[in-house]
Design a protein around this ligand. Structure first.
Ligand SMILES: Nc1nc2c(ncn2[C@@H]2O[C@H](COP(=O)(O)OP(=O)(O)O)[C@@H](O)[C@H]2O)c(=O)[nH]1
Ligand SMILES: [Mg+2]
Length: 316
């Protein structure tokens, strides 16, 4: 019975992935989207028009980025902001691969050059494994929306209900709506066991709360020099496919929730292939977040309905 269930589950999962791949194929004509100026403009327009589901009562998606120090979390935020500002952005402080300069939890809006903002916030965190204090307990508070923006993590004290600014009763708007685990694709084989354990704890916590997960795989330019030269071909590269399959397997997250990107790090001017990959990742995260929010909203409504029923029958 167990074996049959597991076969059935694999079958369902496989057909879901195949469907998703077909959708990607039809959507872009080929598996690889042609990252042209016109396509990027449409992508930007689409991203600017995506709003959280009606009924969820929230205005902005909260996309939480977590991962090892130096993985490229802050750089991804800058890269994703850049096409909307028509220049390379440097809002989130970027460190080196061994030292994190991000010590605080900061939520960034994405502003268009016209002045208005997208309906999302990119939430930057200190690196896991950097003695930053970002352990499972603090991550739990982050997922639930208890942590105030600009809160500085420290390994010597945990956030608690007594912490100034602690959000005591966070609403759905303050919770995380999608968690992106950010990993350096050139070092995925060298992740320390303690980091893997923490990331797996994070994954389980998020799943328990109904928060969907994605993986942003940065630094794909380091996988092969030809990738760096021709980013638009990234989805056809065997090195990228192997890395995607590897992290997907390691974290139990479907390959179509793993996004290979290359962040701005040494460029002087914007390049559509660079921010195009970040925009594709961002759009998919919004779709994932939106679908999960619909589920969470209807589950909340059902819960409230049943509480009301109980209260009514109690008072009758
Ligand atoms: N080659 C390359 N370097 C990157 C990429 N993304 C980030 N970096 C570099 O990696 C280092 C750490 O980046 P940072 O964004 O501070 O990582 P964080 O600690 O996860 O926030 C910096 O030196 C960045 O310039 C990328 O896609 N390719
Ligand atoms: Mg950082």
């Amino acid at each position: 019975m167990e074996a049959w269930l597991s076969r059935k589950w694999k079958c369902m999962l496989f057909s879901q992935i195949t469907l998703e791949n077909q959708r990607t194929r039809t959507e872009y004509g080929e598996k690889t989207p042609a990252l042209t100026d016109e396509y990027i403009s449409k992508l930007k327009e689409e991203l600017a028009s995506i709003t959280p589901p009606k009924g969820s009562g929230i205005t902005d998606f909260q996309l939480l980025l977590v991962g090892p120090v130096g993985a490229g979390k802050s750089s991804f935020i800058n890269t994703a902001m850049s096409p909307f500002a028509d220049r390379i952005m440097h809002k989130a402080a970027v460190g080196t691969s061994s030292q994190s300069v991000t010590r605080k939890y900061i939520t960034y809006p994405v502003r268009k050059s016209g002045g208005s903002c997208l309906n999302l916030r990119l939430c930057d965190t200190p690196g896991i494994g950097d003695h930053s204090g970002l352990d499972a307990l603090n991550i739990n508070f982050l997922l639930d929306g208890h942590v105030p923006s600009s809160f500085e993590f420290s390994c010597s004290r945990h956030i608690s209900a007594k912490t100034p600014g602690f959000v005591h009763r966070p609403s759905l708007a303050e919770e995380a709506h999608c968690v992106a685990i950010v990993l350096d694709s050139s070092t995925i084989n060298d992740l320390p066991a303690v980091t893997m354990t923490l990331l797996n704890d994070l994954k389980n916590l998020a799943l328990e709360k109904g928060i969907p997960l994605a993986i942003i795989m940065t630094k794909i330019d380091k996988l092969h020099e030809e990738i760096a030269e021709n980013l638009a071909d990234v989805f056809k590269r065997p090195e990228v496919k192997t890395a995607v399959d590897q992290v997907s397997e390691a974290f139990g997250i479907p390959p179509n929730h793993v996004f290979p990107v290359k962040n701005y790090h040494s460029e002087m001017e914007t390049e559509i292939a660079v921010h195009g990959l970040a925009l594709l990742a961002l759009r998919k995260m919004l779709f994932i977040a939106s679908d999960a929010l619909e589920e969470r909203t209807s589950a909340n409504e059902e819960r409230q309905g049943s509480t009301a029923d109980v209260t009514e029958s109690d008072t009758a």
